[in-house]
Design a protein around this ligand. Sequence first.
Ligand code: NDP
Length: 335
Amino acid sequence: MAQLKWGLIGASNIASGHMIAAMRATGGSVNTVLSSDAARGIAYADENDIPHSTTDLDHLLARDDVNAVYISTTNEKHKDQALAAIAAGKHVLCEKPLAMTVADAVAMVRAAQAAGVTFATNHHLRNAGTHLAMREAVQAGRVGEVQAVRVFHAVYLPEHLQGWRLDNPAAGGGVIPDIVVHDADTVRFHLGEDPESVVAQDSVAGLGKGVEDSVMSAWQMPSGALVQTHEGFTIRYAGSGFEIHGSEGSIIARNVMTQQPIGTVVLRSASGEEAISYSDHNLYERALTRFAEAVSGNGAPAATGVDGVKSLAVAAAVKEAATTGTRVTVDYGGI
Ligand code: NDP
């Protein structure tokens, strides 16, 4: 497996809370961090045991001890930073949503393809033992023909994250770019198809200051299956869930739309209820292992750039449907 020497683009919570430890646990080193603020960068490097920090992206990309970058800045910065990293020949793991528009995300994927570098989207849920077990059950025909999916992903946004997500649409704030993308990717992972069209309603339910903090939507899949989703930043006690309903059975999963390797998965059918067991490995470590393998030429990342384009396209359609009050055909940008 490739030895990854990481440069962090963004002194973010997700990097310090999950990714740095996962990079080290999977054999990588974290060698420098980019922040727009020199003092914050120095403090972040110090707190996270990173030997260098910089405010200059070109300086980070010129370093010999960086062969891969992890982009976790606010969403409006992802595109230009990714294109610069790709031009410098670095492998790129980019946070979701990949960009502010589908066209920009497509440009990022095409640039990485042309440069021959590995490009991935950090959709962590594909790496959860719960979702892997659910997908295996669906592929084994245990629910029969899938008729409907229900996604429950309305949570309470932790106080330390109540910044740009609530008040800054220019930075990509709002629950739709933040959470609908994950749900779109997870549905794509389980069903192997993407919605043709969506309808939606959103609202500013309490925390939001200028952007939506709550949304419900319904998606029409090419197979005829329907998908219903609820995403929110203001719901304290619901817990999350994912249900797949088919002609022969239903999978009922609870507390599985999370960063932790937790939750319950039950298959309900004519035979009764059966608990589905799953591996409780770290989600981000699995994503990073798949990324390093892909860099070595062995397989694809868990979520590719194309996966990131598809999930962004669904989120963009949900936003347009909620704003216009119409059914919107999803535009995948030709990819
Ligand atoms: P943060 O708000 O922690 O960080 C985003 C940017 O905000 C940083 O790049 C940093 O800028 C700036 N920043 C951070 N802390 C401070 C501070 N105390 N004062 C001033 N500025 C600060 O974002 P998240 O970690 O929550 O999200 C980053 C990205 O990761 C987003 O794209 C998000 O969608 C994604 N994400 C993905 C998750 C997943 O599981 N896949 C989970 C959570 C987030 P600078 O770098 O210039 O210092």
